[in-house]
Unconditional design. Structure first.
Length: 281
């Protein structure tokens, strides 16, 4: 039987009891905690946790996702801190263990992983019915997308420039895009290795999930569409116009939160991605 109370680090949690004080260090998880009805128990967030806007406005900030102010965090006396393997550093998490009783580690790597995420947080914090409702809504969204026979498109999803950075296929973003049959470059470490000979920003390490690269002819020629995400880098339509002139390949601006945010946002994200894909089909 699957352990619904086992987090991504392999730690088994128990249902929270007594006074519960939650700090979230991940924007999408902050939004999810509110969607589960846990607003009164949330006592802190990062400066990047901006949704839901009205609800988080007066919550204390404890720095950023990767530069957490441990003194501020300690002062909030949290019973639980919710973190993510990609978003937060191991050093921060280990330092928190000295004064935080319960650290919940998450790591969704595909849209379907949200079911386990909902169940984990719902079970820990006594919000099983809310978690089940979110799961039903996500299942409906995924089933709706699966009913369409999406044509295969080769895409490059850019998350940064200077250096240019993209996503590998073992990321949540790539697996979201795969729902509409958009296949991201690079497909494998071999693709990155083939980008050598001085063409890459740096030699790619095996298993690199967010590799840096430079634009080169064979990569561009095999691409149907270049996607510039609105986060974490704030790409704009001006960036799209400039890159399209440079590469001769169609370039589109895409809402990064809809593609990369797991949690409750994934439900809206799946539907938004389908609408976006139809517009570019």
């Amino acid at each position: 039987m699957k352990h619904t109370l086992r987090d991504a680090s392999g730690v088994d949690h128990v249902p929270a009891g007594g006074t519960v004080r939650i700090v979230s260090l991940v924007p999408s998880l902050t939004e999810l905690l509110f969607a589960l009805g846990l607003g009164p128990q949330i006592v802190g967030r990062t400066g990047f946790c901006t949704a839901p806007a009205e609800a988080v406005r007066d919550l204390p900030k404890v720095g950023g996702t990767k530069d957490v102010n441990l003194d501020r965090l300690r002062a909030l006396a949290p019973t639980h801190v919710v973190v993510n393997i990609d978003e937060n550093t191991r050093e921060t998490v280990e330092a928190m263990r000295a004064f935080v009783p319960h650290i919940v580690v998450t790591h969704p790597c595909a849209p379907e992983d949200n079911f386990a995420l909902y169940a984990l947080l719902g079970s820990i914090f006594g919000r099983q019915s809310q978690a089940a409702a979110l799961g039903d809504a996500l299942r409906a969204a995924l089933d709706e997308v699966a009913r369409t026979a999406w044509p295969v498109r080769q895409v490059i999803y850019c998350i940064w420039q200077d250096p240019w950075m993209t996503v590998s296929r073992d990321t949540y973003i790539s697996r979201m895009l795969a729902l509409v049959n958009w296949q991201t470059w690079p497909a494998s470490d071999a693709d990155l290795a083939a980008c050598g000979g001085g063409n890459c920003v740096r030699p790619p390490a095996p298993g690199t999930r967010y590799p840096a690269f430079r634009w080169q002819g064979d990569v561009v020629q095999a691409t149907d569409l270049i996607l510039l995400s609105t986060e974490p880098y704030r790409f704009t339509e001006q960036h799209c116009d400039a890159l399209e002139r440079q590469t001769g390949t169609p370039v589109a601006l895409i809402d990064g939160a809809m593609v990369s945010w797991y949690g409750s946002r994934a439900i809206e994200g799946v539907r938004a991605l389908a609408a976006f894909a139809r517009a570019w089909s």
